[in-house]
Design a protein around this ligand. Structure first.
Ligand code: NAG
Ligand code: NAG
Ligand code: CU
Length: 172
């Protein structure tokens, strides 16, 4: 029984660490792909997109495009814009989410954006933690600099999750 419990714990910890460390690939629109009137699907609702994740846009390549633009061009469906932040045409396009903040996409085929073929997402940093409170002035001499804070947070988060999993495993 103890061995069984240990095996369970090991698996749980591996999953907890992997879920915090590994990047997600989001298939835009799931099985339906990137398609007309995409905004009606509510596909992005409730999803947390993180730096390091990717979007995969799948669509018939003769029928649609994927264009990344700024807020104004997105709002106006300005498909003629000269200010593209990215453009993809293959029908199977992988878009890296490489920094936090909003990303706006539309299809540039005439009429499609006007009919709602558009997507906005909000990418959060890997830590996804609320901004830390300003550190109080050190009383002791400063300690040597530690490793990168983002990494520290991720590892700390993994340990916290692993601890929670351990508690739940031991409870049954
Ligand atoms: C793509 O567009 C072509 C021509 O406009 C149309 O005949 C075809 O049905 C479209 N394909 C899909 C999957 O919508
Ligand atoms: C989708 O976009 C169309 C055209 O811009 C708009 O009329 C409609 O209200 C939007 N629907 C949703 C659910 O956002
Ligand atoms: Cu389109």
């Amino acid at each position: 029984m103890a061995a069984h419990r240990q095996a369970l714990l090991f698996v749980a910890v591996v999953f907890a660490v992997a879920s915090l460390a590994s990047a997600m690939e989001w298939k835009v629109g799931d099985a339906g792909g990137w398609r007309a009137q995409f905004n009606k699907t509510g596909w992005a609702d409730g999803k947390t997109f993180r730096v390091g994740d990717t979007l995969r846009f799948m669509y018939p390549k003769d029928n649609h495009t994927v264009i990344q633009v700024g807020r104004e061009d997105f709002a106006a469906c300005n498909v003629q814009t000269n200010n593209k932040l990215g453009a993809w045409y293959s029908g199977n396009d992988v878009v890296p989410l490489d920094k936090p903040g909003k990303m706006w996409f539309f299809c540039s085929v005439p009429g499609h954006c006007d009919n709602g073929m558009k997507l906005v997402i909000d990418v959060v940093g890997t830590g996804a933690a609320p901004a830390p409170a300003p550190a109080p002035a050190p009383v002791e001499p400063a300690s040597p600099p530690s490793s990168a804070p983002t990494m520290g947070y991720t590892v700390g988060g993994a340990v916290a999750v692993a601890g929670a999993v351990l508690a739940s495993v031991l409870a049954f």
